[in-house]
Design a protein around this ligand. Structure first.
Ligand code: MG
Length: 366
């Protein structure tokens, strides 16, 4: 099998309402990626996602650094292609951020081709480890721009829909305000739901220590991204001071950086994102590192759940799948299937990454 052509795309898709965390406010997402054709008549789609900025930079990496070098390659050599791209034209300017996100799109498209060629859903091509429905948690009721009343009302709605795990944002102007908001939601949901909190890197070590100490009473599933995402020692120090499990990984771009968090005891829940870490190839390596250290993997929903629904089924140490239904904007041919707080196994061949023709027509930008 040989790659005969590849074309990039950039879609700008509204998320339906304004949502905020401590880092940003979001009204649109960009889906940027490529479709790769082969001489076997099989095409694959890969993409990465931004919160509204930077899509053109990533597309430029695809168009000017990657696509020419893909032509003539055999998708069966996906791990070799990964190394060639990584140590190729992008190496001098990249190794994290936009170049790695572009590489994610390529790698996902290649695995999509391999799964379609094998006539299997990606999770079975990778050697299925979990065939049962995967428990999910919902982040969509906990945005930082919501009032306390809205937080509690939307949490109640999700419980009625069958969700049993929710995540909310912290990182308002004072830790005291965060503690009051989390306390109100915990009181509203009682023991009917597992509750997690996410600071989106907003705190410095002193604030994180105070926040963790004061939030411990609310029986939280984890505290997410409390600190700067590159600061391994600060996370390790925080973990030694608090009983709250520490989750992170959505802004960690390399297997090596994950290794440092994992082997130094600086993380409990590994949130590796297939659209940020360079694709499925390195995602699996990170998941194996976590497994060897006895850690659970709960991928960040940065892929809009389409690829991660496969990957959590391909490893033994996955736990919960993050879901943000607001971002189920409908551009995919095989939309993720959710039922009463669980994700149903996708069975169509491929990685569930193909977009509809209508999505390309409606959301494409040049
Ligand atoms: Mg997060």
């Amino acid at each position: 099998m040989k790659i005969t052509a590849a074309r990039s795309f950039l879609l700008v898709v509204p998320v339906g309402r304004e949502i905020a965390d401590s880092m940003q406010s979001v009204t649109t997402v960009e889906l940027v990626g490529l479709v790769i054709d082969t001489d076997a008549g099989v095409s694959g789609t890969g993409y990465t996602v931004t919160v509204g900025h930077g899509g053109r930079v990533i597309r430029s990496v695809l168009d000017t650094l990657f696509i020419d070098d893909l032509i003539g390659k055999d998708p069966n050599q996906v791990r070799e292609i990964w190394q060639q791209l990584y140590f190729g034209k992008s190496h001098w300017i990249g190794r994290a951020g936009a170049t790695t996100m572009a590489q994610s799109a390529v790698d996902i498209a290649l695995w999509d081709i391999l799964a379609k060629a094998a006539n299997k859903p990606l999770w079975q091509l990778l050697g299925g480890a979990r065939s049962s429905d995967i428990p999910i948690y919902n982040t969509n009721a906990g945005w930082l721009n919501f009032s306390v009343d809205q937080l509690c009302a939307e949490a109640e709605e999700l419980l009625a829909e069958g969700y049993t795990a929710l995540k909310m944002k912290v990182g308002r102007d004072s830790v005291a305000e965060d503690v009051a908001r989390v306390g109100a939601v915990r009181k509203a949901v009682g023991d009917r739901a597992m509750l997690m909190v996410d600071a989106n890197q907003r705190w410095d070590p002193m604030q994180a220590a105070e926040g963790a100490r004061r939030l411990e009473e609310f029986d939280l599933g984890w505290l997410e991204e409390p600190l700067h995402p590159d600061d391994v020692p600060a996370h390790r120090a925080l973990k030694q001071r608090t009983s709250l499990p520490i989750a992170l990984g959505e802004h960690v771009y390399t297997v090596h950086a994950f290794r440092d968090f994992i082997t130094s005891g600086a993380v409990d829940v590994v949130q590796v994102d297939v659209c940020r870490v360079g694709g499925i190839t390195p995602w699996l390596e990170v998941a194996s590192l976590a497994h060897a250290q006895g850690l659970r993997v709960c991928p960040h929903a940065g892929d809009l759940m389409q690829v991660h629904q496969h990957l959590v089924r391909a490893i033994p140490n996955s736990w919960l799948l993050e879901v943000i239904p607001l971002w189920r904007v409908g551009p995919f041919q095989q939309q993720i299937q959710l039922e009463r707080g669980r994700c149903i196994a996708p069975m169509a061949p491929g990685a569930s990454t193909d977009f509809t023709a209508a999505a390309f027509e409606r959301f494409s930008v040049s």
